[in-house]
Design a protein around this ligand. Structure first.
Ligand code: FAD
Ligand code: NAP
Ligand code: SF4
Length: 694
């Protein structure tokens, strides 16, 4: 079998798993939505049907003070347990196991009633926590136990105790957040007491037929975190206290180091889990940036862990395991680690979903049922909107032809994939291409569609995308004023000193591209793919399984010490300024980057800062000439000494074709419909919604 390690069953205590992948904890906000438990049940049920053997739910707080937000669902009363029964019942019916994660946010809570070992405010919460008294600490432990009991009553097979990512238990463990001088602070043994009491009391009171998973922070990545000796010692004590499985946690949420975003090379942190696996006798789970079967297989084969935990990849594809098992890896819809529809949504209080799979967490509402009236559909434009629509519509039984002017599928995804840190877009292209073939969509490349092409069709879907917006000031017509398209298609090379007009997502991406272009003149952009050849995109595993070649560069850049020779693994970051002079400009007076996504924007800003990119807001563009770009910046005249201006000033819809078709229904989707605030997430979602009803 191709993935012999992945599909070797694992026995632990009283249980057996048929494969080595578990679905990790991920809050979807479904619990808090209308009819949410029914929706959650369906969401998990589909993942078990897709091969998942063990699910860990999103974090559920044991009491109000531990909730992440004032409205978060709790497991505190019999009624709470009753609400969850539909979830456990469906998972068991489908043949899976499910553990409820108990998460006490401590000082990370986003409401005024938060508590912590010491009254020290977290940099990521506006609220100051109250310091717990000793009696209150005992009560918190009792609430964890109560929550575990109610979870058992609700039918859960066990619990995961969230002891990592900087939440309450982690806050007790380290001097950074625990300044107590009583039995719960000071010495390491005192700081561990809270975690150990929780695990041992749950074990004592719930018996040995109840799974306890403990999520251990292996690498805190914050000042005054745990040392390697402390991590190993805690792991052993947690095992002794009665845990069945140790899961890995990497980085506190307040750490300013990326741990799951797209620029983190695949399987960067599994070595940490290996260090713990060698010290304990219970199964160890590893995680973070494992999204394809080849990666998971290699991690297991190298003995880094006994189990792999994946969360976001199961949003992207509920059938991930079955596809890996049945030789259909090339059809896996890969999580591209963008966070755009999952974590960013949750932080905004919206339902989680997935950029590449808008059905995720919407399983009861968005379905592609077989149509009673198959139609002949012409789709124009093979960007994400056109490709996604074609696949979903074909799955419903429609006969679909897809016209694309370019010699390749993908539209702007072919530009996005070239940006350093965005090579997962190759997997997205591989998925779309294979699904189009699988679903027998008639693909016509190199074909600029005109109304004459649509005679034999019942309806036309216009997904022709966008054109870059032009700028207008004296000198803007110079050959040295170019668009991001010119740069990314290779028509023009970036000059040594450039000004980028527009600091949206594409402006930031172009700045990153230009920085790296200078670093690697021979091989301009480091893309993590094996063959840099589009013809190979159809194969599965276009990217290296485990990006070991990139890990050192990444860990050096961010100052991560995977050997934990320094406390917390927080080494010195290697700052390398770009050889290029780059100005990133916007007219708005807000801070540059203020509009970027919550969970990843800070990383892009830090990266550009480290490379010496100057970011200016409140800019008025006056003219471009041999001296450079003349601007007014917050009212002050300046000349930026640049040789080239790269325009990233947004886009405008390209939908002319739609107005030329008068004899049949026409639908406009993606950028062609609305260019403002367009992204691949919106393009695919719009395509899916139309395909579900056409
Ligand atoms: P497009 O992708 O523009 O596709 C339209 C297609 O229609 C093109 O292939 C075009 O050739 C074809 N076409 C046009 N007219 C005709 C015709 N008459 N006949 C046949 N074919 C025709 N979005 C994100 O969500 N996350 C990101 O991280 C991200 N990064 C990006 C990075 C870069 C550098 C760029 C440029 C974009 C990025 N985007 C990102 C944006 C995202 O790629 C676009 O929003 C998305 O591709 C728009 O999809 P679409 O299908 O509407 O249009
Ligand atoms: P965008 O985010 O709307 O940014 C456009 C930029 O151009 C803004 O900074 C805007 O700022 C400026 N601008 C607009 N009109 C201008 C004009 N007439 N003259 C000069 N400047 C002008 O669009 P984008 O960067 O093109 O990105 C397109 C879409 O792709 C976005 O939805 C984006 O989210 C998505 N995308 C996402 C990512 C990601 O990593 N998630 C990456 C790339 C792209 P001022 O008006 O202040 O000057
Ligand atoms: Fe992965 Fe992006 Fe989907 Fe989140 S939205 S699951 S990061 S592909």
């Amino acid at each position: 079998m191709r993935y012999s390690h992945l599909f070797t069953p694992l026995k632990f205590s009283h249980w057996q798993l048929n494969n080595r992948v578990i679905m990790g904890s991920m809050h979807t906000n479904l619990e808090e939505s209308e009819n949410g438990f029914e929706k959650l049940a369906r969401f998990y049920q589909e993942r078990v049907a897709g091969g998942v053997g063990l699910i860990i739910t999103g974090g559920i707080a044991p009491n109000h003070s531990g909730a992440l937000t004032a409205h978060q669902a709790l497991m505190q009363t019999e009624q709470d347990a009753q609400n969850h029964k539909v979830v456990t019942h469906r998972v068991h019916q489908a043949g899976g196991l499910i553990c409820m994660q108990i998460l006490h946010a401590g000082r990370y809570g986003y409401h005024p009633n938060i508590v912590a070992p010491s009254a020290i405010q977290a940099p990521i919460s506006p609220f100051l926590p109250a310091e717990l008294t000793e009696i209150q600490i005992e009560q918190q432990i009792a609430d964890f136990v109560n929550s575990a009991k109610l979870a058992q009553q609700a039918g859960y097979d066990g619990v995961e105790i969230m002891g990592s990512e900087g939440y309450l238990i982690n806050q007790f463990l380290v001097a950074r957040t625990n300044k107590r001088t009583d039995n719960w602070g000071g010495s390491f043994i005192n700081r561990c007491r809270f975690a150990l009491e929780i695990v041992s009391q749950i074990r004592q009171q719930l018996g040995d037929k109840f799974i306890i998973i403990y999520r251990l922070s292996m690498l805190d990545l914050v000042e005054q975190g745990s040392s390697i000796d402390e991590v190993v010692s805690l792991a052993k004590q947690i095992e002794q206290a009665g845990a069945n499985i140790l899961n890995s946690g990497i980085g506190w949420h307040e750490a300013r180091i990326p741990t799951i975003a797209a620029m983190v090379p695949r399987a960067t942190f599994t070595k940490m889990s290996k260090q713990i696996k060698q010290q304990v006798n219970i199964p160890v789970v590893t995680c973070n940036r494992i999204n394809m079967p080849d990666t998971a297989e290699q991690v297991l084969a190298e003995g880094d862990a006994d189990l792999i935990s994946m969360a976001r990849p199961f949003l992207a594809d509920s059938d991930w395991i079955n596809k890996a098992k049945n030789g259909q890896t090339h059809l896996i819809n890969t999580c591209i680690a963008c966070n755009q529809a999952c974590l960013d949504h949750v932080f905004e209080g919206k339902l989680a979903s997935c950029l590449v799979n808008p059905r995720a967490a919407h399983e009861t509402e968005l379905n592609f049922t077989l149509t009673a009236q198959p139609k002949k559909l012409a789709v124009v434009g093979a960007g994400p909107a056109g490709m996604a629509f074609s696949i979903y519509a074909a799955q419903r039984g429609h006969q679909v032809s897809l016209f694309e002017a370019q010699p390749r599928l993908g539209g702007q995804l072919n530009l996005a994939k070239q940006i350093p840190g965005k090579s997962e877009f190759y997997e997205m292209l591989r998925y779309f291409k294979n699904q189009l073939i699988e679903n027998k969509v008639n693909i016509k490349l190199n074909h600029i569609a005109t109304p004459a092409d649509f005679n034999e069709f019942d309806e036309v879907i216009v997904a022709t995308g966008v054109v870059p917006r032009q700028v207008d000031f004296p000198g803007a017509d110079s050959d040295s004023v170019v668009s991001y398209l010119d740069i990314l298609t290779g028509k023009t090379q970036p000059a040594d000193a450039v000004a980028i007009i527009g600091a949206g997502g594409i402006g930031f991406d172009i700045a990153e591209y230009v920085c790296h272009f200078a670093d690697k003149a021979e091989n301009p952009i480091q893309v993590n793919i094996k063959p840099q050849d589009d013809s190979k995109v159809q194969q599965s595993g276009v990217l290296s399984a485990k990006e070991t070649n990139l890990v050192d560069e990444f860990t050096d850049k961010w100052g991560i010490d995977l050997n934990l020779s320094v406390r917390s693994g927080l080494g010195k970051a290697k700052v390398e300024k770009s050889a290029k002079t780059i100005f990133l400009l916007q007219r708005k007076t807000d801070k540059v980057g203020a509009g970027l996504a919550k969970t990843t924007g800070w990383i892009h800003k830090m990266e550009l800062k480290q490379q010496g990119v100057a970011m200016l807001s409140g800019v008025e563009y006056k003219k471009f000439d041999h001296q450079g770009l003349h601007i007014n910046c917050n009212g002050e005249a300046q000349i930026l000494p640049v040789k080239q201006v790269i325009v990233c000033a947004g886009q405008e819809s390209l939908a002319e074709l739609a107005s030329q078709i008068n004899d049949k229904p026409v639908h406009i989707i993606g950028g062609a419909y609305l260019a403002n605030q367009l992204d691949a997430k919106n393009a695919i979602k719009q395509a899916a919604v139309l395909a579900a009803k056409i």
